[in-house]
Design a protein around this ligand. Sequence first.
Ligand code: ADP
Ligand code: 5GP
Length: 201
Amino acid sequence: MDDATTTEPVADPRQLFVLSGPSGVGKNTLAEELCRRELAVRAVTATTRPPREGEQHGRDYVFVDEEEFSRWMDEDRLVEYTQYVGHRYGTPLASVNEAAASGLPVILTIDVEGGIQIKRRWPEATLVFIEPPSEEELRRRLRARRRDDTVSIEQRLARAREEYAYAEEYDCRVVNDDLDGAVREIARIMSRRYPTRAPDS
Ligand code: ADP
Ligand code: 5GP
């Protein structure tokens, strides 16, 4: 990570696409699929949460301790940050700029409070709210993921209900029912809001 501070602009704010929505709705699955199809790149965010099994520093998150996170806040290196179920999360400008250098749409999978902060800073960024087909399906996905304990799942579902209140402020909503359908819908939103190729003549 370089020493960028938040005073440096990203190349083109239209390049930024925030994916938010309840935990377990499939934001990371969608983001990974968009990257696998080379339709977008992700900006890696920072957290004070400990890594889960299989998560890699620098790939899934930049894992930092409380002290370092506070230092980054003081040094104005984070373009937004939030507290989520007991841990702090934030987006380093350096990560955004690194991803933006690819020229592809940049995905931020962050919570709604972070999304609103991004929109305030860069009004041309696009906020996409991902919805589950139903609350039962959301609960099923959280359980099937086998990543969080029962308490954490209930906390995440409670937080999900709060997050819906912000959905109104988002530019678009996409229901993640059929994965391929949702990926294509997001790709369409991306090419509409950030056209990277000249139209066919
Ligand atoms: P989030 O990043 O929003 O917390 P994940 O991407 O980790 O959610 O997805 C949660 C679980 O739901 C994972 O087990 C994932 O495989 C599954 N999942 C994601 N999208 C779909 C979908 N369209 N249909 C069924 N299961 C899905
Ligand atoms: P998890 O602990 O499940 O990886 O993430 C918890 C929540 O924090 C998810 O909704 C995720 O999208 C969000 N999140 C991850 N990184 C950031 C970030 O940098 N900023 C904000 N505001 N939210 C984040």
